[in-house]
Write a protein that binds this ligand. Sequence first.
Ligand code: HEC
Ligand code: HEC
Ligand code: HEC
Ligand code: HEC
Ligand code: HEC
Ligand code: HEC
Ligand code: HEC
Length: 415
Amino acid sequence: MSAALLAGLLALRLTSLGMVPLQAAVLQGSQRSTASSAASSTTSSRASSNEKKPPLRQAYVGDASCHSCHKGESSQYSETAHHLTSRFPSSKSIAGSFAPGSNVLHTSNQYLTFEMTSTKDGYFESAVEQLAPSKTLAHTERIDLVVGSGRKGQTYLYWKADTLYELPVSYWTELGGWINSPGYPDGSPRFDKPVVPRCLECHGSFFEWKPPPPNRFNKSSVVLGITCEKCHGPGREHVARYSSKSPLRHETGTAILNPASFPRDRQVDACALCHAGAAEAIAPPLSFVPGEAIDEYLYIPFADKDVPVDVHGNQIQHLEKSRCFQSSRMTCATCHDVHKPQRNAAVFSEHCLSCHKVDACGKYPQLGAEIAKNCVDCHMPLQESEVLVSDTNGRKLKPRVRNHRIAIYPDGSTH
Ligand code: HEC
Ligand code: HEC
Ligand code: HEC
Ligand code: HEC
Ligand code: HEC
Ligand code: HEC
Ligand code: HEC
C-alpha cells in the first residue's frame, strides 16, 4: 500500500472517531519551541503513528508488586490524586451525600430534579420529571465508576452493556454538593454523553478498547487509578530481574524507565500525556510510553504568547511560557514529587528559593522576609477556568486552578 493511501486511510479512521487528523492539525500550526515538532511530521511518520501499538497487558504487573522493594516511593502513593483519580463506587470513594435532604439537585427546569440514592444494589442517579401533579417519570442509572480524587470534584460513569457514558450529576468539592455535570445542558434529563478512550487514558491505567462506537470497552479489562507503571513503563521484566535468584539480575540495564534519566523534553512529555489539556490523539490510545516524544502521539496546540490558554489541565503550556522555564533546566519534578501528596502551596516557595534569592523580588523592600512563604500566591495565582464550566440551576460554576506561567501579575489577578 502506498504511503499516501495509508495516510488517507488513517485520516479517515481518526475523523470517524471524532479526532482531528494530523494533516488538519499541522495546518493550524505548531509553535512549540522545545520539542522535535509535530509540524515537521511527514506522511511516513503519520503512517508510523498509526502503526504504534500499546504494550501488552501482560507486560504490566500492578502497584502491589512495586511496594515490597520501593517503600519510599510507595508508602504515601495511595493518598495521591493520581492513585485516587478513578475508583469503583463505595461510601468511601463517592464524595457526594445520599442522605435525604442533601441528595436532590434542582435544575433551572422546575419540572426536573435529580435524585441520588443508595441501596443494597449500589449507588444511583435518577432524573425525576413531573409530568402532571401526581404523575412523575424517572430514569435511573447506576454509578459504576467514580472519576476524580475529589480535590475539586468528581464525575460518575455508567455502563450500558459494554458502552460507557457520563452521568448527568457530578460533585463539586468547593460547594460541598451535587452539580450538573460539565458538558450537559442545565435542566435536561440526559444520560447520553459517551466516554471516549482519552478520558480513561488520562484518569486510568489500562483498558481494552473495542470500537465502534468509540465508547465501547472490554469492561473487565479496565485498570483504575494511575499506576506506577503509567510513568515507569511496563514492569514485569524489571520485577523478574530483581526478584531473588534470577540470573538476569546481573545483566546490564534495570529494565524499567526512570524519567530522571530522560532528556529534559522527554521528562516534560511524560507528564504532557495528561497535563497538556485537550490535545488531539494521532495514535491509538495507550500506545504512548514515557521516554518517547509526545508529539508523535498527540497534537498539542502550543499557543503563542498572546493567545490565552485555559488554566485547566494546561500546566505544560503555561510553564513553558515562563522565563524561569526558558532560562533554566527546570522540569515538573523541580517542584513536584509525584510519589506523595503535596498540598501546601507555601512549601513550594522553597523550590523558588533554590534558584532565586528572596531579595531578588521587587516587592522585598516593601514587604520584607514575609514574602518567603508565599511566592506562588503572587507569581502563580489561582485563576478560574473558562472551559470547564458547570451550568447548575441557572448558575455558572468554574473551578480555580493554579496558573503555571510563573510571572509578574497585576495585583489580585484572577483572570
Ligand atoms: C524485587 C525487588 C523489586 C521490585 C519488585 C521492583 N523493583 Fe524497582 N528496583 C529494584 C532495585 C534493586 C533497583 C535498583 C537497580 C539499580 O540501581 O541497579 C530498582 C530500580 C528501580 C527504578 C530506577 C531505575 C533506573 O534505571 O534508574 C525504578 C524507576 C523502579 N525500580 C521502579 C519500579 C516499579 C515501578 C516497580 C513495580 C512495577 C518496581 N520497581 C519493582 C528492585 C525492585
Ligand atoms: C495518565 C495521566 C497522567 C500522567 C501521565 C500524569 N498525570 Fe498528573 N494528574 C493526572 C490527573 C487525571 C490528575 C487529577 C487527579 C484527580 O484529582 O482526580 C493529576 C493531578 C496532578 C497533580 C495534582 C496533585 C494534587 O494532589 O493536587 C500534580 C501536581 C500532577 N498531576 C503532576 C504530574 C506530573 C509532574 C507528572 C509527570 C511526572 C504527571 N502529573 C503525570 C493525570 C496524569
Ligand atoms: C488530557 C487528559 C484528560 C482528559 C481527556 C480528561 N481529564 Fe479530567 N482531569 C485531567 C487533569 C490533568 C485534571 C487535573 C486538572 C487540574 O487540576 O488542572 C483533571 C481533573 C478532573 C476532575 C476533577 C478531579 C479533582 O478532584 O480535582 C474530574 C472530575 C475529571 N477530570 C473528570 C474527567 C472525565 C469524566 C473525563 C472524560 C469524560 C475527563 N476528566 C477527561 C486530565 C484529563
Ligand atoms: C506521575 C508519574 C509517576 C508515577 C505515577 C510514579 N512515578 Fe516514580 N518517578 C517519576 C518521576 C518523574 C521520577 C524521577 C524523579 C526525579 O526526577 O527526581 C520517578 C522516580 C522513581 C524512582 C527512582 C528514584 C531514584 O531515587 O532514582 C523509583 C524507584 C520510582 N519512581 C518508583 C515508583 C513507584 C514504586 C511508583 C508507584 C507507587 C511510582 N514510582 C509512581 C514519576 C512517577
Ligand atoms: C530552576 C531554577 C528556577 C526555579 C525553581 C524558579 N525560577 Fe524563577 N526564574 C529562573 C530564571 C533563570 C529566571 C530568568 C532570570 C533572568 O532572565 O534574569 C527566572 C525568572 C523569574 C521571574 C521573572 C519573570 C518575568 O517574566 O520577568 C519571576 C517573577 C520568577 N522567576 C519567580 C519565580 C517563582 C515565584 C518561583 C517558584 C514558584 C520560581 N521563579 C522558580 C529560574 C528559576
Ligand atoms: C516552580 C514550581 C512548579 C513547577 C516547576 C511545576 N509546578 Fe505544578 N504546582 C506548583 C504549585 C505551587 C502548585 C499549587 C499547589 C497547591 O496549591 O497545593 C502546583 C499545582 C499543580 C497541579 C494541581 C493544579 C491545581 O490547581 O489543582 C498540577 C496538575 C500540576 N501542578 C502539574 C504540574 C506539571 C504537569 C508540571 C510540569 C509541566 C508542573 N506542575 C510544574 C508548582 C510547580
Ligand atoms: C505580594 C506579592 C509577591 C510575593 C509574595 C512575591 N512576589 Fe516576587 N514580585 C512581585 C511583584 C509585583 C514583582 C514586580 C515588582 C517590581 O517590578 O517592582 C515581583 C518581582 C519578582 C521577580 C522579578 C524581579 C526582576 O527584577 O525581574 C522575581 C525573580 C521574584 N519576584 C521572585 C519572587 C520570589 C522568589 C518570591 C518568594 C520568595 C516572591 N517573588 C514573592 C510580587 C510578589
